[in-house]
Every structure is written in structure tokens, then in C-alpha cells.
Design a protein around this ligand. Structure first.
Ligand SMILES: Cc1ncc(COP(=O)(O)O)c(C=O)c1O
Length: 356
């Protein structure tokens, strides 16, 4: 822990009130949170505080102009009680990339890691070991400066909150390929984890849900001919035995699960093609039976198999292959993440045990 981190502990943990067998994703939060303010051109002394409401002026810029970015990462506990994160430096780099795009200041790396390490030590009991258990970590940055002039704020808060998590999706996932609405455009903010990207997806996603779909798979805004990503997941297609996924761009989030799966799959001899994926080729593959699998990949769900898709009112069901890449890769990745398997890639980060 650096001398600069100020810690105020809760007087009594609320963990006893939580039923860990019935957690709805992202609704229960741990005892503490990390908060660091930015003002006068610098990040101030970071603090860990009891989890609780923030007091903000109604004119704070985040409420008016949506200057807000976030991250999603996870911590895991092994059977020895040691705690791990998965490629946290990637999340750190990505939140700063997102911040830059929204004219927000970059955060300090030592503050980020000290904050996380201390928070995870303080709230260690909230991380359960065993399959499907993890702690979802949500770092975010908001513009807190008061005043409604439409310009970048000069004051911000960098906050980290944590929520115990179990498996994210349950049941079959059916998706709709977008042919009207768009998530992002060239030169836009699609690559950033900007809060507004998600707000803008809610309405078309609700329309899709009313029709019985769980998610929309977004297509490129210009032609709707290329498949890009889902709401909070990158998407993979298995045609014959080749995995296809779209390249990242300024429209697509550079997912950490995505890039890890590409490496993991290739290390096992699976051919992975990272290239624009046409809607028409996936429809054709579904029609001729060569589309064996489709799945989403992201921190929350890890891998979420897709059981069917619809494009322009044409419905397709996917087979359920016994040797599904989704099942195999998910098992391998989650075991690596939770220290139940070797880590030949050096992706695991062990949270140091600290006196807190
Ligand atoms: C739009 C979008 N795409 C993809 C992903 C998957 O990224 P990652 O694997 O880093 O969680 C996420 C979730 O973070 C997302 O919000």
C-alpha cells in the first residue's frame, strides 16, 4: 500500500445480510469503495471509504453531457484463499483510452493498483472460491464539476465499486442482427467504454427483447452488412472448424476476453480468422449447415453460447455440437483465471496479501 492511500474502514460488515446463492448480477456491493478526486489539474489523495451514496450538485457535468467512462473486470479466489485478477493492466490502459476520447484526464497507474489491491484485501471475504464465483469490479470516472456549460469538466471522480457475482447469463441466448439501428460509427466512440454507448443501445435492445431476443448483434452503421459486436460482448462465429471474429476498430471495443480467446484458441491449433465478417456469409453458413457455433465473449459472461439468430425476419437455429469450442474455451479460460490451471500466457495477476 502506498502512503498516499487513505483508508477508512466500515465499522460493521454487511456481508451477513447477503445470500450468496441468490445474487442478481451487479445489485449487491461490498463494504468498501475506492474514490479519487481530480481537481486543480491533478488527482488528489485517493481514499478507500465505506460503500455509500455520493453527494453531487445537480449541475455536475456528468448529468448533462454524459462525461463518464467505466471498466468491468473480475477477481477470483482459489481454494487456498489467494486472490487473482485477470489482465488488470489491460483494463487500466483501456479506461485511460476511453477517458482520452471523452476529454477526461488519464488516471494514475500506482493509484489504480494500490486502490484495487487494498480494496480486494479489505473485502476479501466477499470473493468466494469455486466455479462461477467471482467478484465483479467496476471502476468508473465521472465529471463532477458544477455548471452546465457544454465543455469538458475540470473536476472528476475515479471510483471503484465491487459486486460479488455468479454466472452472468442463464438459459438460451437468441440474438437479432441489427439492420436499422447502430451502436457506433466511424470516428465515433464505439471503442471506448463510454456510458453513453450503453444508454444508446437500450432502446433498440428493448425492442429486440419485446420480440423475444436477449441481445442485438450490431452491424456496421454504413451498410449493416458486417457483424461487429453485441451489447457487452464481442462475437465469435465457428464456420466448419474455423473461428471468425471481427477486427477491432474505432467502432468496436477491444475486448480482453476476445483477445485472450484468440490466443488461447490458436495455441490449441484452432484456426482463428480476425477479419470483417459478412452477415451474408453467416446466413449462408447457417443455411448450408457449416455454421456450428456462435458465442459472445466478455468479462461478465466470459463466453455466452448463442442458440439462434434472426436477420430481417429470417430465423435460424444453431446446432448444439458436442465438441463445442464455447464450452471447451470457457472452461479453459475460467480455470486459468481462477488459478485452477497453468497460466502459460502470464495473464493472471496475484493480488498481494496486505495488512489493511
Ligand atoms: C461493447 C462491449 N464489447 C465487448 C465487451 C467485452 O470486453 P471484455 O472482454 O474486455 O470484458 C464489453 C464488455 O466489457 C463491451 O461492453
Amino acid at each position: 500500500m502506498t502512503d498516499t492511500l487513505k483508508v477508512t474502514k466500515i465499522s460493521k460488515s454487511k456481508i451477513d445480510q447477503v445470500d450468496f446463492s441468490k445474487l442478481a448480477f451487479g445489485t449487491v456491493f461490498t463494504d468498501h469503495m475506492f474514490v479519487c478526486e481530480y481537481k486543480n489539474g491533478a488527482w488528489q489523495t485517493p481514499e478507500i471509504l465505506p460503500y455509500g451514496p455520493l453527494q453531487m450538485d445537480p449541475s455536475a457535468k456528468v448529468f448533462h453531457y454524459g462525461q463518464a467512462v467505466f471498466e468491468g473486470m473480475k477477481a477470483y479466489k482459489d481454494d487456498n484463499g489467494d486472490v487473482f485478477m485477470f489482465r488488470p493492466e489491460e483494463n487500466f490502459n483501456r479506461i485511460n483510452k476511453s477517458s482520452e476520447r471523452l476529454a477526461m484526464p488519464a488516471f494514475d497507474k500506482a493509484y489504480f493498483f494500490d486502490g484495487l489491491n487494498t480494496l480486494l484485501n479489505l473485502d476479501k471475504d466477499w470473493i468466494k472460491s469455486g466455479e462461477n464465483n467471482s467478484l465483479y469490479i467496476r471502476p468508473f470516472v465521472i465529471a463532477t464539476e458544477n455548471g452546465v456549460s457544454a465543455s469538458p469538466a475540470t473536476e472528476y471522480k475515479f471510483i471503484i465499486i465491487c459486486a460479488p457475482a455468479q454466472a452472468y447469463y442463464s438459459g438460451e441466448v437468441r440474438v437479432l442482427f441489427a439492420d436499422h439501428y447502430s451502436r457506433s460509427a466511424d470516428g465515433g466512440v464505439g471503442f471506448a467504454k463510454a456510458a453513453g454507448n450503453y444508454a444508446a443501445q437500450f432502446y433498440p435492445t428493448e425492442l429486440a427483447k419485446e420480440k423475444g431476443y436477449n441481445q442485438v448483434v450490431w452491424t456496421d452503421a454504413n451498410s449493416h452488412e458486417y457483424l461487429e459486436e453485441a451489447g457487452t460482448m464481442n462475437v465469435f462465429f465457428r464456420v466448419h472448424d474455423t473461428l471468425l471474429t471481427a477486427p477491432t476498430s474505432d467502432r468496436i471495443l477491444d475486448g480482453i476476453t476476445r483477445k485472450s480467446l484468440i490466443e488461447l484458441a490458436r495455441s490449441q491449433g484452432i484456426t482463428v480468422e480476425v477479419r470483417p465478417v459478412k452477415v451474408s456469409e453467416i446466413v449462408e453458413a447457417a443455411e448450408n449447415g457449416s455454421l456450428k457455433e456462435m458465442f459472445g465473449a466478455g468479462t461478465a459472461a466470459v463466453i455466452s453460447p448463442i442458440s439462434g439468430f434472426t436477420h430481417k425476419d429470417k430465423k435460424f437455429d444453431l446446432p448444439k455440437p458436442e465438441d463445442a469450442y464455447a464450452t471447451k474455451l470457457k472452461k479453459q479460460l475460467t480455470e486459468l483465471q481462477a488459478n485452477r490451471a497453468d497460466d502459460p500466457f502470464g495473464w493472471r495477476y496475484e493480488v498481494p496479501a496486505l495488512e489493511v
